[in-house]
Design a protein around this ligand. Structure first.
Ligand SMILES: [Fe+2]
Length: 220
């Protein structure tokens, strides 16, 4: 696996579980206040969507981006994570403000239906922004799919698809054979260039919510 060639890399067991749990507690607080639900002590986030169901909320927000969450994620990144990733890919990296949480609730509560897309236009420049993603739940996360080595093939045509974007481009077909399913355990980190084609599958036939934290690291 070579980050520059493949455009992505998985770093196993790179974050301490207690550090993730601290952030999870912050996210839980935010989740309850945003959904106007009374806070229950020690609630497992995987169960949280059931409370929302009871509150008769149909579509849930896909992400949480608050100052407090950004601050906590930045602390985690600055502690040792950025340095560890820098060392692995041999690049000087800086944290970009705007870290957030992505929630993948069971499909019937979300209906996100995320298709393949790129998050950055790289027409005139080399990719230099990197997504950092790690699960906040103990369960294995296997919903992320990437197209290997598509980070420096240029920008595809996208269309707006509900609140999301998706690729609408005949060139996509030839890259589908490069599909890789990512599996992440608690403590593992996925990094990939924002220009790499990626998607997240709907959380189908599931009784569990997956939560991930994400932020961007930049190099020159
Ligand atoms: Fe994306």
């Amino acid at each position: 696996m070579n980050f520059e060639e493949n455009g992505f890399l998985i770093l196993r067991e790179i974050i301490k579980k207690e550090d993730l749990i601290k952030i999870r507690n912050e996210v839980t607080k935010s989740f309850f206040s945003q959904n106007k639900i009374k806070i229950i002590k020690n609630l497992d986030l995987n169960e949280a969507h059931k409370l929302v169901e009871q509150g008769n909320v149909k579509y849930l927000s896909m992400g949480y981006e608050t100052k407090e969450i950004n601050k906590k994620i930045k602390e985690l990144s600055n502690k040792t994570l950025t340095a560890k990733i820098s060392e692995r890919i041999n690049k000087k990296l800086t944290f970009e403000e705007g870290a957030s949480i992505i929630t993948l609730f069971p499909e019937e509560l979300s209906g996100y239906n995320v298709h393949y897309h790129q998050d950055e236009d790289v027409k005139n420049k080399k990719p230099n922004r990197i997504h950092v993603i790690t699960p906040l739940s103990e369960q294995k996360l296997t919903l992320i799919k990437l197209l290997d080595s598509t980070h420096n093939i240029g920008t595809f045509n996208h269309i707006l698809f509900g609140p999301l974007i998706r690729i609408e481009d005949s060139r996509l077909e030839q890259y589908l054979k490069k599909e890789v399913t990512i599996d992440l355990n608690f403590g593992d980190v996925l990094i990939f260039y924002t220009s790499l084609i990626h998607k997240v599958e709907d959380n189908k036939n599931s009784d569990c919510s997956h939560w991930m934290l994400r932020f961007i690291l930049k190099h020159d």
